[in-house]
Design a protein around this ligand. Sequence first.
Ligand SMILES: [Zn+2]
Length: 148
Amino acid sequence: MPVPTDETPALRLTIELVPATCWGANVRDVLPRARWDALRREVYAASGHRCAICGAGGKLHCHEVWDYDDAAHVQRLRGFRALCVECHHVKHIGHARLLASQGKLDYERIVAHFLRVNGCDRATFARHRDEAFARFAERSRYEWRTEF
Ligand SMILES: [Zn+2]
């Protein structure tokens, strides 16, 4: 079941950058490996072993969806979504850019996936990306409390 979102409704696939001050405060790093594996297998099964956004089969990642309370500086876990590798790279496009700079990923392939899934043009992508990075920069100025 897809998680309801407050993201830009016109875009099916959006960028969700985790504030730098929250890096490491995630379920995957907190749970013992076996429990994380069991949890993500449940998420994949519930999604019919397809990407919850674009419907692709194949290799899936378990994406953690967070809400950010910008007044109280609390990040709350909202749930999990099964995502294909490309949709997941879009979610964390800052990390994708880093991998691309190390020659480990084709950044243009990730941008092309965003354009295809959203049926939008490059200017829409650039605007959405700039908004996401501006929000990231603002949120990364603060320490956040994490609620699982
Ligand atoms: Zn996908």
